[in-house]
Design a protein around this ligand. Structure first.
Ligand SMILES: [Zn+2]
Length: 251
């Protein structure tokens, strides 16, 4: 149950039927892993901490750079050179001390994910490279955890929920294959702040919806920051997928 201060803090979202007290309790009980602490994770983590998710684990081994500040909106100029995971944790704790925030200054790899994903209720992929994205997907398939995947480059954004609790759900590799080539990082291609912020914000919303019991998933949402248009593509499980295919055959 929530005390008076908590009820006041969350009062405006508690009024919303889709969340309600049951949804708030589900958020408080949840443990969300946020992989990557850059332009997607910054707004996502701010909203999830504000909303009262019980525990947030923030993973990144990079440091804040001046060139990050135009889009990584949780960071302040005085935090340049700090580890992103720790800088983000400090901002979230100021926003909402109720939330248990853990900073993990680690390279997100298979071994680390093995434990971190197993312990998570839901995972946000806010990373910027295919090797890590594939590793996160494999762990989420193995432990059947909902995965909210975001990406943005230049003026384009992508968002997809892979609710891997459902046996028929497509996974990241069903859509993108198992390739790890073709990385186009923001430091080479560029990115406009509100484009990545839009996707990160919607990752937080998707997480709140899934944690409060909604059935999401099966769609890729494509955002065009030039026209502000959204486009939806329906996703299906690939029976030949090397990641989730064998898993769903019951091994
Ligand atoms: Zn798959």
């Amino acid at each position: 149950m929530f005390n008076d201060e908590q009820l006041e803090r969350y009062s405006r979202q508690l009024m919303v039927d889709e969340l309600d007290l049951a949804g708030q309790e589900a958020l408080a009980a949840a443990r969300v892993l946020i992989a990557g602490c850059g332009g997607l994770a910054n707004p996502a983590a701010l909203y999830l901490a504000g909303a009262g998710v019980g525990r947030l684990v923030l993973a990144d081994d990079d440091r804040v750079e001046v060139s990050n500040l135009h889009r990584q909106v949780a960071f302040r100029g005085g935090q340049v050179n700090q580890f992103k995971a720790e800088a983000l944790r400090d901002q979230l704790q100021q926003l909402n001390p109720e939330v248990d925030v853990r900073a993990a200054v680690v390279r997100v790899d298979d071994a680390w994910l093995e434990v971190a994903v197993a312990e998570a209720t839901l995972v946000l992929d806010c990373t910027d490279n295919f090797v890590t994205r594939q590793a996160i997907n494999r762990a989420c398939v193995r432990y059947r955890k909902p995965l909210v995947s975001g990406a943005a480059i230049r003026m384009d954004g992508q968002l997809a929920v892979f609710d891997l609790r459902a046996p028929e759900a497509p996974c990241y590799a069903c859509v993108y294959g198992e390739g790890t080539d073709g990385d186009l990082a923001c430091n080479q291609a560029g990115i406009v702040g509100p484009v990545v912020g839009t996707v990160g914000t919607l990752q937080a919303l998707a997480a709140i919806r899934v944690l409060s019991g909604a059935q999401l998933g099966g769609k890729l949402h494509l955002f065009d920051g030039r026209s502000l248009d959204w486009r939806q593509v329906t996703l299906r499980q690939d029976p030949g997928c090397a990641v989730c295919g064998t898993n769903h055959d019951g091994e």
